[in-house]
Design a protein around this ligand. Structure first.
Ligand SMILES: Nc1ncnc2c1ncn2[C@@H]1O[C@H](COP(=O)(O)OP(=O)(O)O)[C@@H](O)[C@H]1O
Ligand SMILES: [Mg+2]
Length: 252
């Protein structure tokens, strides 16, 4: 079986006038088809950098990345954009919807350039909204006139329409109250149960505990994950996490 994500010895260096920052330090990670994995780490640990590499939004300095079997360093800009659009469904903390467009229009949009006929696009979008638990009666509401929890369901539906190999979610509950956030995380679990491959990025152990497995990033280095099932509570997951990480400063 081909891994959906296969990162080998990935290094990312940001060079600025102030000097170089080693944001990712020899990161290797594979995510198999059907996995739901959380990447967990505190602010500044390299989560966004890793998400940008996995999401084909930025390129590593060194190392290889295969997404769905494709060596992405072999792709030029235009092919990369196409490949990204078809392979990855993004869900962001800030939803990133077109505020004045309808819910349905937001979800149809990624299908615009795929050659899917117009009527079929609408059908696919409606089905994705239903899968994301969005109420049919609000399909035509403007997306700035719905609640935050509903906005994130629209964003999840939008992430599903191209049937991507990977759903990549960056702090998807960061702008939601805890009850709404739980419902969204349960939605990810449901999608995973239907076979979707999900990478969830978070700083919070209680959020990571919804995944099947978590890996931990500190100072740009990745550490062995704890299988969530082994840790019965988020606190236990945090303790187990602390146990595999070097003591403060040790990762540098
Ligand atoms: N564009 C950039 N230019 C220079 N340094 C950056 C840039 N983006 C991130 N960094 C640095 O890389 C490290 C990791 O940052 P980031 O990936 O944003 O972490 P996180 O998302 O976990 O907060 C930090 O030291 C940050 O200051
Ligand atoms: Mg970040």
């Amino acid at each position: 079986m081909t891994a959906v994500v296969d990162l080998q010895h990935i290094t990312k260096v940001y060079s600025t006038a102030a000097g170089d920052t080693l944001a990712l330090n020899d990161v290797s990670l594979t995510v198999e088809e059907g996995e739901f994995i959380a990447i967990m780490g505190p602010s500044g640990s390299g989560k966004s950098t890793l998400m940008n590499v996995i999401g084909l939004l930025d390129h590593q300095t060194r190392g290889t990345y295969h997404l769905a079997g494709q060596d992405v360093s072999q792709l030029g800009e235009a092919d990369l954009a196409q490949f990204r659009a078809h392979s990855i469904g993004f869900v962001f903390q800030s939803f990133n919807l077109l505020p004045r467009a309808s819910v349905l229009r937001n979800v149809v949009l990624p299908l615009q350039y795929t050659g899917v006929p117009r009527l079929k696009r609408r059908e696919i979008a409606e089905e994705a909204l239903r899968q994301a638990g969005f109420p049919v009666k609000a399909f035509h509401h403007k997306s700035n006139e719905i609640s935050g929890g509903q906005m994130q369901r629209v964003a999840i539906a939008r992430a599903l329409v191209n049937n991507p190999a990977l759903i990549l979610a960056d702090e998807p509950t960061g702008n939601l109250d805890s009850r709404t956030g739980e419902a969204v995380l349960e939605m990810f679990q449901k999608l995973n149960a239907q076979g979707r491959t999900i990478v969830l990025i978070t700083h919070d152990a209680s959020i990571a505990s919804y995944a099947q497995r978590s890996v931990h990033i500190r100072d740009g280095q990745l550490y062995r994950g704890i299988y969530t099932a082994e840790a019965e509570t988020a606190d236990a997951l945090q303790d187990a996490t602390d146990a595999v990480l070097p003591s403060s400063g040790g990762a540098a």
